[in-house]
Ligand binder design. Sequence first.
Ligand code: ADP
Ligand code: ZN
Length: 531
Amino acid sequence: VTEELGAAGSEVLATLNRVFGYEAFRGPQEEIIEHVVAGGDALVLMPTGGGKSLCYQIPALVRPGTGVVVSPLIALMQDQVDALRALGVRAGFVNSTQDFDERRTVEAEFLAGELDLLYLAPERLRLDSTLDLLSRGKISVFAIDEAHCVSQWGHDFRPDYLGLSLLGERWPDVPRIALTATATRATHEEITQRLNLPAARHFVASFDRPNIQYRIVPKADPRKQLLAFLREEHPGDAGIVYCLSRNSVERTAEFLTANGIEAVPYHAGLDAGTRAAHQSRFLREDGLVVVATIAFGMGIDKPDVRFVAHLDLPKSIEGYYQETGRAGRDGLPSTAWMAYGLNDVVQQRKLIQSGEGDEAFRRRAAAHLDAMLALCETARCRRGQLLAYFGQEPGATGCGNCDTCLTPPETWDGTVAAQKVLSTVVRLQRERGQKFGALQIVDILLGKRTAKVIQFDHDQLSVFGIGQDLEEGEWRGAIRQLLAQGLLAVEGEYGTLVLTEASGSVLRGEREVPLRKEPKRPAAARSRSAG
Ligand code: ADP
Ligand code: ZN
């Protein structure tokens, strides 16, 4: 690997071709790299998967000395270094997972000028011994990855990042490049200030993927809906279908195959050989559909993926954006299609509550889910909402290439409906000391004398049958939206419904509750287990 200094674009491009095997730069990569190679500081805001790594890896290769990469992702360092070594790049890392000898070896390589890249965890830079070591070697560039960790307001705050401002004081001649994927404008400014990068040039890659059409439809019979979508819009196209569970991955792949669409499953429960075979078929063949859990897709670079379909709700907008972003890398029209329903909300809330992690982790997970739900329930442009989430200014008018722009959803005043739902929950709890899930609430509202209604005497409640003005699907839609708006909550392993602090204002008639209209669908397509 070359170590000659030469800011010429040709050398930068040659490194991209020769070392990484890519033909051309993406988005603002080239501009960023040339700026840093020439010695300038940079702040790079780029979506996940946008190609941030090359922005510091190539300067580290082109400039003399070792590129020092500060990253909080200790668990990934070994993989990152292995991947670089496989490309012939001399990379190493120093972190707490190493024993003394391993660390000594890497340090010796650094001092001998035998490393192109050295990955460090931020806490190492607190140590005088580390700073000492760095002072005795030659550094080509400092890269500060996940730079938003310096923001005290973000959920990834790392106190050790605050100490990184000293890099500029101690090594004024070494260019610094800070990179992040999840920065709002405020975080942006915080990074500049706290990392002491006043002269850094800002590079903001757009998060927009204009060739992807975003669509989110109400879930009724998801596999049949998927089949219709594929037959009508993507016959013979390659694509990815994401499901939450291994079981539903298997069944969906079988269902598609039985219906004449070639599909293979992919999830972590399959043996490595099968997974590799299915992945390589997907990359090689035309028009294969992979049905997968989120285990599939990382690092997959297939340009002609024409659709990404979600049969279950992703946990966050970051996840949704990353997964849908695998569609249409070639820039041709592609579809991000998702079926989403009440059960998704209940299930995800249950997962958060019963999952591991402390209270703070749960709160974060809930906030991520809330943002995802808001995207699902919005009556505004989906792309606008996505871009706004990533701190990008959405256009004044809609994008014209998402479902809400193409067929604006109707809204209705759901205040009374919301009051009926909430009163039913209240009565069950106050009068009976009981909590139930959405299905039972809907049956009570509709006045259905099901076995479970009779068993619990729910036909004796004053709210029994007060909801016959709406259909079952409309009630499910209303409950789903109340959950999404935080006016109702899910509790415990059975997913029972409970009030939230905000519920009171609805019950007291202090606020209106606008709801999106549920598209009417034929009775046959309605099913109790979904939607
Ligand atoms: P980020 O760190 O922004 O999430 P990565 O640096 O991991 O993104 O890059 C995402 C993927 O895109 C990687 O597989 C990477 O090899 C690939 N990639 C990056 N730049 C290019 C390029 N110019 N051409 C082709 N592939 C690229
Ligand atoms: Zn739009």
